[in-house]
Design a binder for this molecule. Sequence first.
Ligand code: FES
Length: 569
Amino acid sequence: MPLVFFTSHNKQILVPEGMLLLKAARQAGIFIESPCNREGTCGKCKVLLHQGYLAGVHHDRGGHTLTAADEQAGYVLSCQVSVHGDVRVEVPETRQPMLMIVADGKCRIVELDPLIKKKFDPRSATTTVTAEGHLMETDIGDTTANLYGVAVDIGTTTLVVALIDLNTGETLGSDAALNPQALHAQDVLSRIKLGSADEGLTLLHKELLQELNRMIGVLAASAKINRSTIYEAILCGNTTMLTLAAGISPSALGKFPYRVEMTTASAVSSTTLGLQIAEHGQVWFPPVASAYVGADITAGIMASDLLRLKGVTLFVDIGTNGEMVLAENGKITATSTAAGPAFEGMNISSGMRAVAGAIEKVSLSNGAVAIHTISGTRPLGLCGSGLLDAVAELAREAIIDRNGRYVKPGSELFAMWQGNLEVEQGRTSFRLAENVILTQQDIRQVQLAKAAVRAGIDMMLLTCLLNPEDVDRVFIAGSFGAHLQVSSLITLGLLPESFTDRVEFVGNTSQSGAAAFLLNREIRSDAASMVAGMTVLELSREPEFEKIFIKALAFPQLAKHQKVDLYGV
Ligand code: FES
């Protein structure tokens, strides 16, 4: 068996001959990004083979994106080579993400009235545990003080679990981790593809449950409680994540008419599902509106109190799938739009997730570039917010035009930025840092993503016969929102200009909504009625959508936008 030694981690592993190097890394417990799902097109899984070890691997599947210089230096795509002899491998820093996970979100004030209740009977000296009046178990003695639940957000990339005392409503602790499913399939569509086969479904379900059980165990131990006193778990997330968590094939979610096959707004036995809480505990799945407007949005609507807010509120969760909700005096319209992975720093030449070393803020002024990285460390790439900042600044400085094209060599502006603008084989790119560039293709990806979100917003407003000026407040949810600058969103045209002073970042409302469901049973029934009465707009069926989308591709006329100088440049 060949020996693979990961020098960057000081870890070694014996693997069967022919195993993919990427898989060997995973078996050694080393996470390497693979956003194109081993197609060999994204180049994010590249690793360095120590000199003389190239003979130990075979290039199996051809075509990849490495530059000649990378190849010469000894880089290979770990998803494209298999191990046939001993190798020494170095995993570059950017391939080992430590994600910044947003665990908290805005939440309305919730009255404590959980579904699960305990009652001590002094006559029999026993405590009964009930769920909405149904007996779950009977304990010997008075155990009323020990009544707990967990609120779980299953994100496509990350997991957040909060342990909550159902007697007091207090959060005793929360834990965040990567969703282990992302190692096998990065985005929702590839997760659906993998989970549609029996073997893939078993793998995705098992690994998710294992990780959730581990996290619950950690939280219970640090709160010094017995996990058998956790009687309920609320699992929130998009429809695909919930379907996989329930152990149901997601295949119907991936093809027309995009049917939801799992039962939501209902509970299943924790033991049947394999969640290690109380033996007679239950797992509740919140209601979902459609295949692409999931429980994370239901939770977001309830946590942000959209049903009770007066006036017009727009709620946007910007991610690979831009989900948005328009609430007009309690009337709810929702839609989702395929923004693609650019906002997560994927499909971008220097893109990376929001981890230490990612550029999260950019400012351009008088031929100088100022950048700010997460953790203040050496710049390694651009995360979603840095990417949007960078493109907004390029547009504001007119280094790119209305259509996103770089200025031409020979122009005055080109001369002003000649230290950063580079032309190679007729293609222009802008250098932000030593190893961080923005290509014309990257700008195009941002245009497509921002146009998808903006067109979704415009289409919803049009359907509801509203103008952007009619919107009283805008809530931006999700981890992406945490690092964003409103000024960049406006400059890019991702949001209309009239939203400038109306935006509030509300964080992880999928998580805070799950906690609200756990703490108050009435919110669950309100959510079920809300989803039943909600209008879901299918953008692809709207004849106007294409026209609106094409219009949204352009960058708005920017001269009137004031420079927001955040970094003293
Ligand atoms: S995962 Fe290897 S190139 Fe994308």
